[in-house]
Design a protein around this ligand. Structure first.
Ligand code: AMP
Length: 591
């Protein structure tokens, strides 16, 4: 049985871990990094770059670079690059493919199973989309786990004492807060709340706008529509933000930004931590609502918290830490690594799902993990009302049924509109599925009895079924949100992903082969020159012809459209010249 890896598929960075000898270890990527930027790019010649290599060229190749795709998970967002359309699931699958490959190289064995983390506040569709991304990448997703729960899981192992813990997770694109009870052998999520659209990217945007405003003020030029300039500004904005986590002020320098009446425009300014604090104050304030709601849902006062754990890169900002201290009255713990603990927790769960015990020192007991559903689930009933079936923060897995009836006389079908959210009216909540139940026996309004059942599995993924109790017939119903990928689309995406992996391999082979062929040609030609007249006519003729063939094959190799046949021909031509030139290279090569 292969290992189940844990993957923190982050907005900005992703991280993977695996349990080895009972301890979760971080899987380094091929460049040796412990986290991999969640960035995918396509070069002009069609090469696909993932992670650090994609990040490095993001500024110079912005229109072919995709970042922060997690923000679009579960939506119908698409992007088009070189005529090809990409969905959030397919882009995420590319990142996962890279992680899978790195894990296979690290472990020296195939990796086919994973636990993937998602923000606690991800809705059903976003969870499904994440699972689909895993499938496309060739990973069986054994479990989707909430990021804060995962962090608590990695923390809980080292600090076995029973306590209630707040996990405050502010990453690149999302904010989550969970109250978790760590007990003897049980990790129970008491409540969770958050904001799906709040994170470090928003902080970067504020600094970016500040820079753009200053350029406008000082140089009377508006750069906000210049894509390339904006990319440069965004990059330095993030750097400045990070620098201010350690320093009181930072210098932002952008030479040769643009031109103004033929003159180059340079930007040079100082941003202080205090100014930055002002720029993002309201964003940090926005975390207060979810913190209060998580505490009140868990039914505890801040003073009952044993610990506050900080997760996510944005919690490195001193003003964020100060806000957490203010809200909870506690100094947040700094002894977990905010970038790695989520992946570690996922690896621990993956290991447990294989029937192994958790890695708690000295513990031989299986740890029970009880997670909750982050939002209430309802269906729309008469008058556009959202009628609740499952309250938020219900422990998973859960199943709940309720009987409904028809609103009009002799109605033979009903539409079941499934909603996620806390608002009383259907229209204010998120639609996560709609389906029709037909074949209801004709009867006066209110007579038919339709049983609607919500089933939420341990991944937080919902299945809804409806049954007409009058006829006893259970309709087979599947939820189809229009922004979910269909089975066919997933199958096609899986095929594309394999094709891509194949193409990447062919391209790599072609590159290596081209380099070797060029070097062989150079060596042969040098040896022939050295041999001069001592080379027999027939041998010379043969060598010349083999060199020409290899040169022709080399010319055919185009990295934007490399075909397997071309690579095979190149390999054959190289082998031919290797054989025919062996003698002359051996004798005359080193003169
Ligand atoms: P995550 O999604 O947890 O990887 O968090 C990524 C976010 O954390 C990005 O917005 C980063 O810019 C931000 N981040 C990383 N390091 C720092 C730092 N030292 N100070 C402020 N923000 C940071």
């Amino acid at each position: 049985m292969g290992k189940v890896i844990g993957i923190d598929l982050g907005t900005t960075n992703s991280c993977a871990a695996v349990v080895e000898n009972g301890i979760p270890v971080i899987i380094p990527n091929s460049a040796g990094g412990r986290t991999t930027p969640s960035i995918v790019a396509f070069t002009k010649n069609g090469e696909r770059l993932i992670g650090e290599t994609a990040r490095r060229q993001a500024v110079t190749n912005a229109e072919r670079t995709i970042s922060s795709v997690k923000r679009h998970m579960g939506t119908n967002w698409t992007t088009r690059i070189d005529g090809k359309e990409y969905k959030p699931q397919t882009v995420s699958a590319m990142i996962l493919t890279q992680i899978k490959k790195d894990a296979e190289e690290f472990l020296g064995e195939p990796v086919t199973e994973a636990v993937i983390t998602v923000p606690a506040y991800f809705n059903d569709i976003q969870r499904q989309a994440t699972k689909d991304a895993g499938r496309i990448a060739g990973l069986e997703v054994k479990r989707i786990i909430n990021e804060p729960t995962s962090a608590a899981l990695s923390y809980g192992l080292d600090h076995g004492e029973a306590q209630k813990v707040m996990v405050y997770d502010l990453g690149g694109g999302t904010f989550d807060v969970s109250i978790i009870e760590i007990g003897d052998g049980v990790i129970e999520v008491l409540s969770t709340a958050g904001d799906n659209h709040l994170g470090g990217d928003d902080f970067d945007a504020r600094v970016t706008n500040w820079i753009v405003g200053k350029i406008r003020e000082e140089h009377k030029v508006d750069v906000s529509r210049d894509f390339a300039v904006m990319q440069r500004i965004k990059e330095v904005a993030e750097q400045a933000k990070k620098a201010l986590s350690d320093a009181e002020s930072t210098q932002i320098v952008l030479p040769y930004l643009t031109q103004q009446r033929g003159e180059p425009v340079h930007f040079d300014a100082t941003l202080t931590r205090v100014q930055f604090g002002e720029l993002v104050r309201d964003l940090i304030e926005r975390t207060q609502g979810p913190v209060q709601s998580a505490l009140s849902d868990a039914g505890i006062a801040p003073s009952e918290l044993g610990k506050v754990l900080l997760v996510g890169g944005s919690t490195r900002i001193p003003a964020v830490q100060e806000k957490v201290r203010q809200m909870t009255g506690k100094m947040p713990s700094r002894n977990i690594n905010p970038d790695e603990c989520v992946a570690q927790g996922a690896a621990i769960l993956g290991n447990t799902l294989q029937g192994n015990y958790l890695a708690a020192p000295g513990s031989q007991k299986p740890m029970l993990l009880l997670d909750v559903t982050p939002m209430s689930l309802s269906i729309e009933t008469v008058g556009g009302v959202a009628t609740r079936l499952v309250e938020r923060n219900t422990t998973l897995p859960t199943r709940y049924s309720k009987i409904f009836s028809t609103a009009a006389p002799f109605q033979t079908n009903v539409e079941i509109h499934v909603l996620q959210g806390e608002r009383p009216m259907a229209r204010d909540n998120k639609t996560i599925g709609k389906f029709k139940l037909g074949g209801i026996k004709r009867a006066p309004a209110g007579v038919p009895q339709i049983e609607v059942t919500f089933d939420i599995d341990a991944n937080g993924i919902l299945t809804v079924s409806a049954k007409d109790l009058g006829t006893g017939k259970q309709q087979s119903i599947t939820i189809t949100a229009n922004d979910r990928m269909s089975e066919e689309e997933i199958a096609k995406a899986m095929y594309d992903a394999q094709m891509y992996a194949g193409q990447d391999q062919i391209r790599r082979d072609a590159l290596a082969l081209s380099d070797e062929s060029k070097s062989l040609l150079a060596k042969t030609q040098q040896a022939m020159k050295n041999a001069g007249k001592s080379l027999e006519k027939t041998e010379k003729k043969q060598l010349k012809s083999d060199c020409v063939t290899l040169e022709k094959c080399l010319k055919k190799i185009r990295l934007d459209k490399v075909s397997e046949t071309d690579v095979q021909n190149l390999r054959a031509a190289k082998q031919q010249l290797e054989a025919s030139s062996a003698r002359v290279r051996e004798i005359f090569g080193n003169q």
